[in-house]
Write a protein that binds this ligand. Structure first.
Ligand code: PXP
Length: 239
């Protein structure tokens, strides 16, 4: 059965809205583990819009499952990764102006630079995953340059609204996963997965782990809001 790794970036997004200390993604990560998460994921972006280096370093000390660092394959980020030593690095494309990671890595056209990033991370005993679109050429190129895992981008599937588009993208995902499995790559999947669209993916036995963030943080607000209001009311009423 696939594992669940929880991305806590958007807990930090809320904290950064006030540049304060709460909510703390480090505490949320511990709570996610209490809830059964088998991995914690953070994306340390160049613009530090949500996760900060402080979060990453504390998480390295506190995460009891596995810590997966999403990052761009830049010299500066590789230096941080080699210093902090997460269990896995997921290399992702990064554009400053994007709201979230928009597409998979262009592995075919960047084989050499990605290969050297993978080698440097391997020298530091860090496993590597490449976030890629469900595309045969990208999978073949990923296998050639020595990555341990690929993470299949489920964003197009997640955003599809009509039956035809959903089925077409599901087929692409399944074909990509079959090829990655044949090439002996580990397979993660994520982006845009929620409490509805996950159902069509849970039967794919080659998926090792789902990477899910936004929908879980959103759900946490709904399931926790009533209690939070009640507690404040109790204080106001002196109960
Ligand atoms: N996988 C990758 C590579 C991502 O960049 C993200 C978003 O940070 C996710 C998974 C999680 O996506 P979501 O927040 O939509 O669940």
């Amino acid at each position: 059965m696939a594992k669940l790794a929880v991305n806590v970036d958007h807990v930090a997004t809320l904290r950064q809205a006030r540049r304060g200390i709460e909510p703390d993604p480090v505490i949320a990560a511990a709570m996610a583990e209490l809830g059964g998460a088998e991995g914690i994921i953070v994306h340390l972006r160049e613009d530090r819009r949500h996760i900060q280096e402080r979060d990453l370093r504390l998480l390295r000390e506190t995460v009891k499952t596995k810590l997966n660092l999403e990052m761009a394959a830049t010299d500066a980020m590789i230096k941080i990764a080699l210093d902090v030593k997460p269990d896995m690095v997921t290399l992702v494309p990064e554009r400053r102006e994007e709201l979230t990671t928009e597409g998979g890595l262009e592995v075919v056209l960047n084989k050499e630079s990605l290969k050297s990033a993978i080698e440097l991370l391997h020298e530091g005993d860090i496993a590597v995953s490449l976030f890629i679109n469900p595309d045969m050429d990208q999978i073949k190129a990923s296998a050639k340059i020595g990555t341990d895992f690929v993470e299949i981008h489920t964003g197009i599937y997640s955003e599809a609204t009509n039956h035809e588009d959903i089925e077409r993208e599901l087929d692409r995902i399944i074909d990509a996963i079959k090829l990655a499995h044949k090439l002996r790559l580990g397979i993660n999947a994520g982006h845009g997965l929620n409490y509805q669209n996950i159902k069509r993916l849970t039967g794919i036995k080659e998926i090792y782990e789902f990477s899910i963030g936004h929908s879980i943080v959103a759900r946490a607000i709904y399931v926790g809001f009533e209690k939070a209001v009640r507690e404040m009311l109790q204080l106001i009423r002196g109960e």
